[in-house]
Design a protein around this ligand. Structure first.
Ligand code: NAP
Length: 277
């Protein structure tokens, strides 16, 4: 599918799955905006993509997803420069194994993996509504299956566990996807999420080397890991599908905690409080 004259934002495209997705969408001639926290790294990726596909419409813009101020100023600048958005891919993610905090003092897995895409997406809804058919794609994970959302301690202040914290942030991606899909159903916007597979990327860099080596038996390449993202961004079949969780390009039932509508509503409300929306 040609994406000529379509505007795409992909977060986390300086490496791994996001970079491969950006490459594939550049080949379809999309205008691609890459929000990055490290401009130098971003410019290198832009050059690489340009060399491969000769697409002159790659834009690097500063955005640190660990800072609400930075997300807000990125969204403001995007609105002024481009005014419309066809595809938003919330791909960036981290797996912090120690409890760390964002610039706003929020536990980092929760802040970067859930609150950042929550805020960014909400700030860009008018631009998504400004086109005929828009898509939002959130990158979740099968790791969501190990947790229920802990509303008593969402930031692991009482007790921090790396697996619980990461898994809960990926559960939040699905709850957010499902809740938002209902809100924007009549605006011509689909919202879906996915698990990319276990992919050989920098995500596991902070993990204990033994566990990393166990995971590495199952790992696929970033190119393979980007396939479902590219499918959701380009396939005409997606037009009528929204609020779904995809694995290997197919709809899959997520955990029952991810299908809990009460939890989705509660998460939406606390996310509004956290981000000041
Ligand atoms: N790899 C897997 O097996 C796997 C499995 C399931 C789900 N996922 C999900 O897939 C997504 C992509 O991850 P990946 O595996 O491709 O990992 P990755 O190679 O580590 O890429 C993560 C990307 O996120 C960016 N990022 C991190 N913190 C940021 C911040 N504060 N502000 C802006 N950008 C930030 C990184 O930028 P820098 O270059 O500046 O660090 C990088 O571009 C994540 O949501 C992850 O949870 C991955």
């Amino acid at each position: 599918m040609s994406l000529a004259n379509k505007y795409v934002i992909i977060t986390g495209a300086t490496s791994g799955i996001g970079k491969e997705a950006a490459m594939a969408l550049a080949r379809e001639n999309a205008h691609i905006v890459l929000p990055v926290r490290n401009l130098e790294k971003g410019e290198k990726v832009k050059k690489e993509i340009g060399q491969h596909y000769g697409n002159p419409f790659i834009y690097i813009m500063e955005c640190d997803l660990a800072s609400f101020d930075s997300i807000r100023s990125f969204a403001r600048e995007y609105k002024n420069r481009f005014g419309k958005l066809n595809i938003l891919i919330n791909n960036a993610g981290i797996w912090e194994t120690q409890r760390k905090e964002t610039k706003d003092g929020i536990e980092k897995n929760f802040g970067v993996n859930h609150l950042a895409p929550f805020l960014l997406t909400n700030l860009l809804l008018d631009e998504l509504k400004a086109v005929d058919f828009a898509r939002i794609i959130n990158i979740s994970s099968e790791a969501h299956r190990h947790s229920k959302f802990d509303f008593d301690d969402p930031e692991g202040k009482k007790k921090f566990s790396s697996f619980k914290s990461y898994g809960q942030s990926k559960l939040a991606n699905i709850l957010f996807t499902r809740y938002l899909s209902n809100l924007v159903r009549d605006d011509g916007i689909t919202v879906n999420c996915l698990h990319p597979g276990v992919v050989a990327t920098n995500l596991f860099d902070k993990m204990n080397p033994f566990l990393k080596s166990v995971f590495s038996f199952f790992m696929v390449s970033p190119r393979k890991g980007a396939e479902t993202t590219i499918y959701l961004a380009t396939s005409p079949e997606i037009k009528g599908q929204t609020g779904e969780y995809f694995v290997k390009r197919k709809i899959k039932r997520p955990s029952s905690a991810a299908l809990d509508d009460e939890a989705a509503k509660k998460l939406w409300e606390i996310s509004c409080d956290y981000t000041g929306l």
